[in-house]
Design a protein around this ligand. Structure first.
Ligand code: H2P
Length: 809
C-alpha cells in the first residue's frame, strides 16, 4: 500500500507525541529528526523481519562481509528513498513547515572507517540489499569513530568523534544474540568423558559481545538485510568482580575507538583485541544461526560464505577452526575443508606497512588457543608445500616468519578465493606482492574491480543530473545502470550540452555558497573546481597537487597580465594521527591556501579550499560540483580508488596516472576524454629496479621545479614552522619515495591541457557527458553480482531477481 502525504503527517505527529509527549511544533531539530528516523525504521521493520524469516525458511545461502570499517553515511534520506517514501515525506514535512534537508543535518555521519575501504563496504551493503542478495555486514560499534578533524593555525587537530552522543535511531540492541569472547589466560587440551579433546581455559578475560543491528534497505524490493556491529561489555554474571571504574577499562576500551594509536605496543595490542573480538563474536553468531537450518555441519559452505575484507578479519580462519574442533568436535581435516570452502579474502593494498604482521608473543599471550591453531595451520602448510615447491617458496609463504604472524599469508592459505580490487592491482598481486602464492594456488586468484552505488552518489547527491538523465533517457538506468550508455547518444545535442552545463553550474554555485558560509572564502563558480578528496598519504601525492598550486601561484605573481583560467582547488583529507609527514603536508597546503586566498594580486584566478573533517556527507556536497577529479597516485600504488568512480559518474573529467581503476576508466571513456600523465606502473617498477633514481638531479636540472620547491623554504609561504623544509627534504634530499619530482613536469603539462579545454565550454561539457555515460561499469551492483556469482555462490533471492542484467562490457 502506498503511503499518502495525509497519512504520513498523521502518523508522524503521533510518532513524535509518543516519544516526547508534546507537539512536534515544539520539537527541536534533533527531536524531529529522531521521530522521523524512528518512523522510517518502524515502517521498514516488517520487511526486515520478513527478510530474515524468508532466508531461514528457504535455507538460502547467506554471505557475511567481515570488515573493521563501515562508512554508511547518513541513512535518513537513503532509507526513505530506497523505500520509495522520499517524495511523500518531503511533501508532508513541507506541509508541516519543515524541510528534510534541515532535519537531515541533525543526523550523525558515522565515521566508522578511514577511507575507501570502509566506504566500499557500505556501498556493498547497499548493493547486496538492492540486488536481493542475502548478505550481512559484521563489524564493530566503535563508541568513537575516526577522530573529528579541526584545523588550528593550519595544523590538523584530532577531536573525539562522539557520534553516539544523541541516540542512534537506526540501530537495535539485540540482547538475545550476545556471545562470549575470551582473551588471555591459560589453555590446554584435555580428553572429556566422551573421549573428545576439549580446550580447557583458566584465568581468561571474558568479554560479552552485544550486537547492535542496523537495517540495510534494498532499493524498492522489500528486502532489508542486516549490518551487525558488536559492542564489548562486562558479562552480567561477572559484574560483581569489577569494583572500580578503572577495572572495567580493559573491557570497555575494546570497542571504544577506531584505530587506537599504533605508535606504541599497547595500542597495537588493543587493535589485535578488537580484531579478534569482532571475528569471534561474528563467527560464533553465524554458526549458531546455521543451526536453524538443521543441516549437517559439512554443509556449512553451501549455506554460509564469509568474506574477509582486507587482512584485519583474517582471524576468522583460526576462529572457525577453533569452534569446529573444540566445540563441534570435528577432525582437523573436516574442519579445515569447511573453513577453507567458506572463507574468501580481498586484498586492498600493496603497501607493506598495511599488510598486518603480529608479533608471535603478542598473539600467544592474548589468544593462546588461536595461536596453537595458527601454528598447526602453518605446520601443515609447510609439510605439504615444502616437498613439492621446495624450501624457498615455503619459507617465503609461511604464516609464521621471523617472530611474526603474517596475516596476509594466513588469509591466503585459508581462503578459496583471493581477489584484488582493480585489474592492475590484481596483476600486481599475482606478479609481485603475492607472487609465490600465485604459483602455489593460481586458481584462487581473481579480480573484482570496485564499484559505487549510483543511488547515493548520483540519484540522491545529484538530483539535478538525475532529473536530466530521467528526462533524456528514461528512468531505467536507475535499476540497470548500463542504460546510462544511452546518454552517449546526446553527445552532439546542443540543447542537452547546455542543460548539462547548467546542472553543473548550479551544483558549483551551491558548493560555492557552502564554502563561503563555512569558511568565509568567496569562490567563483565559473572557475574550474579541481577536487582531490581522499585519505592523506604520500603515495596518493596530495603534495604533487600542492606543488602545482604553488607553481601556479608564482606564475600569477610573476606574470600578472597573463590570461589564467580561474581555478578553485578543493581538498578533503584526514591524516592518521601518528603520520607526521602527512600532517606536515596538510599544514603546508593550509598555509599556502591562507597566502593565496588573501593575496589581492591573485583574486579570482586561484583559490584553495581545504575542508575540515572530510567524510561521506561532505563528499556528497563536493562531488556533484567537481570539474576535475585528481587521481594522481604514483602508478602501481593505489589499489583501485573509488572517488575516481564517483567523480566520473557526476561528470568530472579525470586527471590521472595510469593507476588502479583509472586504467579501467580510460578503457571505458577513452583516453581523449580524460587527462593522463606520469610514469606507468611498468616504468615505476623499472625505475625502482634500476635503483638509480636521483631526485636531487631532477631538482637541479629543472628550473621551473627548482623555483617551485625553493618557495617551500624561502619564506614565500608565511606561517610555516619547518613543514616546508620537511616536504622539501623528503623530495630533494631523501630521494622522493613516490617519484613526485619525476612526474612533476608531465603533471604541469596535463594541467595546461585542462586549462585549454576549459576555455571551450561545449567541448568540455561534451566530454563530461561521455564520462557520465561511460560510468555504469563502476556500479557496485555489478561488482556485487560478480562477487556473488564467482566467489560466494549466493543467489539473488527476491522478487526482483532479474533486476540486474549482466553487463555487456
Ligand atoms: C583502500 C585502497 C583504495 C581502494 C579501497 C577500496 C585501502 O582505500 O587504498 O585504492 O579503492 O581500499 O578497495 P583507502 O586508501 O581509500 O583507504
Amino acid at each position: 500500500m502506498t503511503l499518502t502525504v495525509k497519512a504520513f503527517i498523521k502518523e508522524f505527529k503521533s510518532q513524535f507525541q509518543s516519544m516526547y509527549a508534546y507537539s512536534y511544533k515544539e520539537g527541536s531539530t534533533e527531536q524531529l529528526y529522531n521521530a522521523l528516523g524512528l518512523y522510517i525504521k518502524n515502517y521498514l521493520s516488517r520487511n526486515w523481519k520478513e527478510t530474515k524469516e524468508d532466508y531461514v525458511e528457504n535455507s538460502v545461502k547467506q554471505v557475511y562481509y567481515f570488515s573493521m570499517e563501515f562508512l554508511p553515511g547518513r541513512q535518513l534520506e537513503s532509507n526513505a528513498y530506497n523505500l520509495g517514501l522520499l517524495d511523500t515525506i518531503k511533501e508532508g514535512l513541507n506541509e508541516m513547515g519543515m524541510s528534510l534537508e534541515e532535519l537531515e543535518e541533525a543526523e550523525a555521519d558515522p565515521a566508522l572507517g578511514n577511507g575507501g575501504l570502509g566506504r566500499l563496504a557500505s556501498c556493498f551493503m547497499d548493493s547486496l540489499a538492492s540486488l536481493g542478495v542475502p548478505g550481512n555486514g559484521n563489524g564493530i560499534r566503535y563508541q568513537y569513530g575516526l577522530f573529528k578533524q579541526k584545523f588550528v593555525d593550519g595544523y590538523q587537530v584530532e577531536l573525539p568523534e562522539n557520534w553516539l552522543r544523541y541516540r542512534n535511531v537506526w540501530e537495535t540492541r539485540n540482547d538475545k544474540s550476545t556471545c562470549m569472547v575470551k582473551f588471555g589466560g591459560n589453555v590446554w587440551l584435555e580428553k572429556n568423558h566422551l573421549g573428545y579433546m576439549e580446550a580447557k581455559y583458566e584465568n581468561t578475560l571474558n568479554v560479552l559481545a552485544v550486537p547492535y543491528d542496523t537495517p540495510m534497505v534494498g532499493y524498492r524490493n522489500n528486502v532489508v538485510n542486516n549490518l551487525r556491529l558488536w559492542s564489548a561489555e562486562i558479562p552480567v554474571e561477572e559484574e560483581e568482580n569489577y569494583h572500580t571504574l578503572e577495572a572495567t577499562e580493559p573491557i570497555k576500551e575494546i570497542t571504544q575507538v577506531l584505530y587506537p594509536d599504533d605508535s606504541n605496543y599497547e595500542g597495537r595490542l588493543l587493535r589485535l583485541k578488537q580484531e579478534y573480538f569482532m571475528v569471534s563474536a561474528g563467527v560464533q553468531s553465524i554458526l549458531r544461526h546455521y543451526k536453524k537450518y538443521n543441516l549437517p555441519r559439512k554443509n556449512i559452505p553451501d549455506k554460509v560464505a564469509i568474506h574477509i575484507n582486507d587482512t584485519h578479519p583474517a582471524l576468522v580462519i583460526p576462529e572457525m577452526m577453533r569452534i569446529l574442533l573444540d566445540e563441534e568436535h570435528l577432525s582437523w581435516e573436516q574442519a579445515w575443508e569447511i573453513t577453507f570452502k567458506t572463507c574468501s579474502y580481498t586484498n586492498h593494498t600493496i603497501l607493506r606497512e598495511a599488510l598486518e604482521k603480529w608479533p608471535i608473543d603478542m598473539m600467544k599471550d592474548l589468544l593462546p588457543r588461536i595461536y596453537m591453531i595458527i601454528e598447526e595451520i602453518n605446520q601443515r602448510f609447510v609439510d605439504t608445500t615444502a616437498p613439492i615447491y621446495g624450501d624457498r617458496i615455503t619459507w617465503q609463504t609461511a604464516i609464521l616468519q621471523n617472530g611474526v604472524v603474517n596475516m596476509a599469508h594466513l588469509a591466503v592459505i585459508g581462503s578459496h578465493s583471493i581477489n584484488g580490487v582493480a585489474k592492475l592491482h590484481t596483476e600486481i598481486l599475482m606478479e609481485d606482492v603475492l607472487k609465490d602464492f600465485f604459483e602455489l594456488y593460481p586458481e584462487r586468484f581473481n579480480n573484482k574491480t570496485n564499484g559505487i552505488t549510483q543511488r547515493r552518489w548520483m540519484h540522491l547527491a545529484n538530483p539535478g543530473l538525475t532529473r536530466l538523465l530521467d528526462e533524456k533517457i528514461g528512468e531505467e538506468w536507475k535499476k540497470n545502470p548500463s542504460e546510462l550508455k544511452v546518454f552517449k547518444g546526446f553527445e552532439q545535442d546542443e540543447k542537452t550540452i547546455k542543460e548539462l552545463a547548467k546542472v553543473k553550474f548550479e551544483n558549483k554555485q551551491r558548493l560555492a555558497d557552502y564554502i563561503e558560509e563555512l569558511q568565509g572564502i568567496k569562490v567563483n563558480p565559473k572557475a574550474i573546481f579541481d577536487v582531490q578528496i581522499k585519505r592523506l598519504h604520500a603515495y596518493k601525492r596530495q603534495h604533487l597537487n600542492m606543488l602545482h598550486i604553488l607553481y601556479r601561484y608564482l606564475d600569477i605573481k610573476e606574470n600578472p597580465s597573463k590570461d589564467f583560467v580561474p581555478r578553485v582547488f578543493i581538498f578533503g583529507a584526514k591524516a592518521a594521527p601518528s603520520y607526521m609527514y602527512a600532517k606536515q603536508i596538510i599544514k603546508v597546503i593550509n598555509s599556502l591556501a591562507e597566502l593565496i586566498n588573501n593575496d589581492p594580486d591573485v583574486g579570482d584566478k586561484l583559490k584553495v579550499v581545504f575542508f575540515e573533517n572530510y567524510g561521506v556527507s561532505l563528499a556528497e556536497k563536493i562531488i556533484p560540483a567537481a570539474d576535475i577529479s585528481e587521481q594522481i597516485s604514483l602508478a602501481s600504488m593505489e589499489a583501485s580508488g573509488t572517488s575516481n568512480m564517483k567523480l566520473m559518474a557526476n561528470g568530472a573529467l579525470t586527471l590521472a596516472t595510469l593507476d588502479g581503476a583509472n586504467i579501467e576508466i580510460k578503457d571505458f571513456v577513452g583516453e581523449e576524454n580524460m587527462f593522463i600523465f606520469g610514469l606507468s606502473s611498468k616504468e615505476v617498477y623499472e625505475l625502482k629496479a634500476a635503483g638509480n633514481y636521483n631526485s636531487k638531479g631532477i631538482y637541479e636540472s629543472n628550473e621551473k621545479l627548482r623555483h617551485t620547491l625553493d618557495a617551500l623554504t624561502n619564506d614565500t609561504i608565511p606561517g610555516l614552522n619547518g613543514e616546508g623544509y620537511a616536504v622539501f627534504d623528503s623530495l630533494v634530499n631523501y630521494n622522493d619515495e613516490y617519484f613526485v619530482l619525476k612526474d612533476f613536469e608531465s603533471y604541469i603539462k596535463a594541467q595546461e591541457k585542462v586549462d585549454a579545454l576549459y576555455r571551450n565550454t561545449d567541448e568540455w561539457t561534451r566530454k563530461s557527458l561521455l564520462n557520465i555515460a561511460s560510468s555504469a561499469p563502476f556500479s557496485a551492483d555489478y561488482t556485487i553480482k560478480r562477487y556473488a556469482d564467482d566467489i560466494w555462490k549466493v543467489k539473488q533471492h527476491s522478487e526482483q531477481k532479474d533486476s540486474v542484467q549482466p553487463l555487456d562490457e
